[in-house]
Ligand binder design. Structure first.
Ligand code: GTQ
Length: 356
């Protein structure tokens, strides 16, 4: 761009007076803000951050004695991005939280236009019911609550369960299309047996007359057991991606698209000793550590931060921030989610590898 000389003070004064006059007509000069609006590359308020599970587990459990799941409706500690405090955002477009359900509790049924994912962090055997079907949840399972479906959660096991919620709350807020309502009872009636959706849609088969009516996957629990087995079998080919190790995306089997329309979900295996190459992408990404330990270098040079992580930790990498994953003493498995499907649908998504 051309170098410009600063205008003289009287001109600046005339402009200010002009801005004030046009302000009365609900007008504002673009040239004062243009360079902050149309920027050469993403510069987000979202900051890199990590939540070590060992450091926050007590606080999560304490919520269990301060408020019931029923009173809270959803007893969740929001994972607040430190760059956007008070906004209930983990990235600019997405929300995340850690939800606790104690044995015997029910989080009452409701529905909303926001889509939700659950990623089970600790515990075994609690359930989510979605649209008349219950699914029992195990660590590492990825469970979907599609937009506008009734859902309630309960724990009939004898141990607390904690899962990470990921929702497109900020995105829906930006678009002003939030609708929500409560079900008249705590629990919705069940109309299908446990496991029905997975059998019907998640076995490489579809009912012969299946029609795609919504963009969300009809499979609403992707069990970790199957995902882990896929990674374990695939690793034998020794085809490691230099940045991602071995990375799979969850898909809607009826469309081949992302399992959820607004949130992309992924699972990756980093073999022991893996040292990833530099990578960045325009979708800010939330990671949950399922197995193993390692670290991620976030940023470049002197400004780089090192996030050491282990099982159950959560960390977030903002849009376009370069990072490298490392697995140290064991294989590591990382679940992640982002707004990638939205960016892709709009032709906006970018990534870059190596030193670009
Ligand atoms: O389980 O429906 O973390 O509606 C935030 C909003 C969970 C839920 C959250 C919600 C839910």
């Amino acid at each position: 761009m051309n170098q410009q000389t600063a205008p003289d003070p009287s001109v600046l004064q005339q402009r200010r007076a002009y801005y004030e006059r046009i302000g009365r007509h609900k007008l504002a000069p673009l040239w004062e803000v243009l360079h902050g609006l149309v920027i050469p590359e993403p510069k987000s308020a979202c900051q890199p951050a990590i939540w070590h599970y060992a450091a926050i587990r007590d606080a999560i459990m304490e919520a269990g004695s301060l408020i019931t799941a029923k009173e809270a409706e959803r007893r969740v500690l929001v994972l607040e991005n430190p760059g956007m405090p008070g906004q209930s955002k983990i990235t600019t477009a997405l929300y995340a939280g850690l939800q606790l359900i104690m044995p015997g509790e029910v989080a009452p049924s409701h529905r909303h236009t926001q889509s939700a994912l659950r990623f089970v962090v600790e515990g075994s055997g609690a359930y989510t019911a979605v649209d008349g079907e219950k699914t029992l949840m195990e660590e590492g399972d990825f469970v979907i609550t599609p937009s506008w479906t009734w859902h309630d959660h309960g724990n009939e096991s004898d141990r607390p369960m904690v899962w990470m919620d990921g929702l497109d709350i900020p995105l829906v807020q930006t678009l002003d299309c939030s609708f929500a309502e409560k079900y008249p009872e705590d629990s919705q009636p069940l109309s299908r047996p446990v496991g029905d959706a997975l059998a019907r849609y998640g076995s490489g088969l579809l009912p012969v007359d299946h029609e795609v009516r919504t963009p969300t996957s009809p499979v609403f629990n992707y069990p970790y057991r199957r995902t882990r087995e896929a990674l374990e079998t695939m690793r034998r080919a020794e085809e490691w991606d230099p940045c991602h190790g071995l990375k799979l995306q969850y898909v809607n089997p009826a469309t081949g698209q992302s399992a959820m329309p607004t949130i992309g979900t992924f699972m990756q295996l980093l073999p022991r000793g893996f040292s990833g190459e530099r990578y960045r992408c325009s979708d800010a990404t939330v990671f949950s550590v399922v197995e193993g330990e390692g670290y991620t270098l976030v940023g470049d040079g002197d400004a780089a931060q090192r996030f050491d992580w282990s099982k159950r930790d959560t960390f977030v990498i903002p849009s376009w921030v370069p990072h490298r994953h490392h697995a140290t003493n064991s294989d590591a498995v990382l679940f992640s989610f982002s707004d990638r499907p939205v960016q892709k649908a709009l032709g906006l998504w970018r990534e870059s590898r190596g030193n670009r």
